[in-house]
Every structure is written in C-alpha cells, then in structure tokens.
Design a protein around this ligand. Sequence first.
Ligand SMILES: [Ca+2]
Length: 440
Amino acid sequence: MNRPNIIFIVADDLGYADLGCYGGREAEFGPVSPCIDRMAAQGLRLTQGYANSPVCSPTRFALMTARYQYRLRGGADEPISSKSKGSTVLGLPPEHPTLPSMLKKQGYATALIGKWHLGYPPAFGPLKSGYDEFFGPMSGGVDYFTHCSSNGAHDLYLGEQEHPEEGYLTDLISQRAIDYVRRRTAPGAQQPFFLSLHYTAPHWPWETRGDEAVAEATKSNIFHLDGGNIETYRRMIHHMDEGIGAVMQALRDAGQLDNTLIVFTSDNGGERFSDNWPLVGGKMDLTEGGIRVPWIAHWPAVIPAGSVSAQHCLTMDWSATMLDLAGAVPDALYPLDGVSLARVLKDPRQTFDRPMFWRMNHRGQRAMRLGAWKYLRVDGNDYLFNIESDARERANLAHREPQRLTGMRQAWEDWERTVPPIPADALVSLGYSVKDMPQR
Ligand SMILES: [Ca+2]
C-alpha cells in the first residue's frame, strides 16, 4: 500500500449535530451537508470523538503538535486574540516539530489553505512551521467578504504576504484547494501531499454567499451579535459542503480518491446557531456540547464503507495517526501525547481504551473521560456522569458513586501535574455575555 495523500478538513465552530449524518435536520432549502454525509456513508463515522479544547486556537496547537496544548504558552489563551498581533510569545514556536514539518521530512508536499490562528508574523506563521504553501487568514475570525479580522485589519495572506482578493471566503478556500489537488495530482507530480483545509465556516459573521451587504453593515463588530439565524447558518455550512464535494471530485478525476485519506472534523463545539443535540453546552464549555465533534474518515483503499465506531479520540490522536501512516518518527524531545488510530481505520470493529483530559481557565473547568464515565468540574462544582447512558449530562451521579468521583478527580489531578500550570497572565476572551443574549 502506498502512503496516502492526506486532506485534513477542519470546520470552525461546527456543532455535533449540524450535519445530516449526525442527526441534523434539513434546512428549508434541503439537506445541509449532502457531500459530507456521503463521505461518512462511504467511510468511517465516529460517534465519540472529541476536540482537544472547546475553543479554537488551543485545539489547533494540539492538532499541529500532536501534544496537549497546555504544553505551550500560546495554548493557554482561550483563544489567541487579534490584539496579540506583534506578540513573540502567543504563537506556535517555529522550532517546535509539527504535523506538517514531520510529514515534510517524510517526503510530503504540504499546504495550509484556510485559517491558521497560531500567532502572527514575523514571529510565527504557517511557512515557519512546516507548510510549503499558505493561503488564508492568520487570525481567529474574519469577515467572509472584507477578509478583515475583529480589529478591523485586512487579514488574508498568500504565503507571508498580505494578499487582497475579492470573493466569498469559503469559495476562495475551496477553489484554492481544488487547484492544489489538481496541481499535486498532475502527471509528473511524484510526492504524496498533505493538505490542511481549514475553513472559517460556519463561524461568525453570519454571511452566506449572497450577503455581501451584511458584511458592510457588520464592519464595526464582526462578532455579529445583532444578526444571523438558523437558515443563514445552515446555508453557510452548505457552501462549505459544496466545496468539499468539489475537492473530492478533483481527486476522483485524477484517479487519486482511493488512496487519499480525507478526515473531516470541527475545532470545537457549536456556537449560538449550532445544533449540538442531544448534548448540552457549546463553544467554551467542557460539557459534551463544547468538545464532542464530528469525526469522519474517508479512505476507500483501507476503510470499509459504512463503518461507524465508538472509539474515543481527541484532535491530537488524528495528528499522531497521520504521522504513523506516513512512517514519521516523533522527535524524542517532543514526545507525542496523541495516540495513533491507524488500527481503527484498518478495522473499525476494533476499539481501545483512551483516557482523555481537558482543562479550561474559563470557569475553572476540568474534564476527564474514561470509558463510559466523565468527571466534570465547572465553577467549583464537581459532577459525575455516565456518558453512555446519559450523553446529555443531566443525571449527576456524584452522590450515588462518591468513590468513583474521588478516583476520577485524583486521576485528573495526577494528569494535571504532568502539564504546565495555567500561566497567571493567560487570557480568556469571550465574544459576548449575558448582556448581549440570555443564557441557555
Ligand atoms: Ca473555532
């Protein structure tokens, strides 16, 4: 078996049940995500997969390093804000081995098309961290038409150069990805490729392809607290889905679909218009709605069609998987926390034990998932849930099973001693509060 090409697709703030294949409802215009649903039907869909964090940049640190994000200072800000431009601290240090840098050493051509959000040039950037090519925004949120971030600055780059280009960002990202696939599969192209395809969809501002006028109106505050609705949100997902369908078609046209591993996920749980059913909570929360996300893997040469798995996993496990498939050996100074899922891809009937830990500065949250069980702390309150019987985390078993709670709390505290503490100057940035909209 040849080493596969890899396309790793990350949606931004997409919730657990926003896609049809995760139980999402149809929009007024029809199915929201037909192409992604087909990808899941022809590949593997995971029902118990998680993001490393309920917010953007920390998950992306874990994705890039295959390690817990807590190990790097930049991973402690929840999330990195556009105010940090110029910082030499808040970003992915160029000397740190990364998923793309390690794949590059294994002979892969590498590209990031889409969002970076791991620190600004000149100290940081995708080209300094292993990508041969980059097109996209550097910051955490940009307008789909003006391509300006929340501080009003233009934020679309080609390589390390600012690059103004007209168009709807989801479509610009899709078209660049299609062009990249065509280029890397053209006759004479020898290297396998690794494409990170990091959409900003369906993150705010709430703009579909036809909403250029909305962009003008939201210029002063792209958190867009006075706009959006479910239909707009679903249309934004559908635009991304169309692009993903076209990228897959480009692979099919080149005869490369069978030996390309395509992975699809979200960087954190859903935001205000998202459907996280049956989970509670969303972005910024360590309840399931903030961290459990879609995970789909498509690789016809290896993964049996129609596979569904309850394997537990975190974002960084997928990084470890890609490195494993490429034959990369991790740097001894930066041992991976991620665990390869390659055996699950080859035989989705297999599962293995995978204890997982999370920590958030925001509301002093802690979480640990071990088998069916979850230990959770929010605002100083400890909870215990059986996620297999109560994914909605409403039946608190802390008083019924005090010994299990004590054991899991101890295990979490033992784990926490293996990562750096929360730095005193770590920032929590919230897009809105109860003054803007009532709590759920
Ligand atoms: Ca996000």
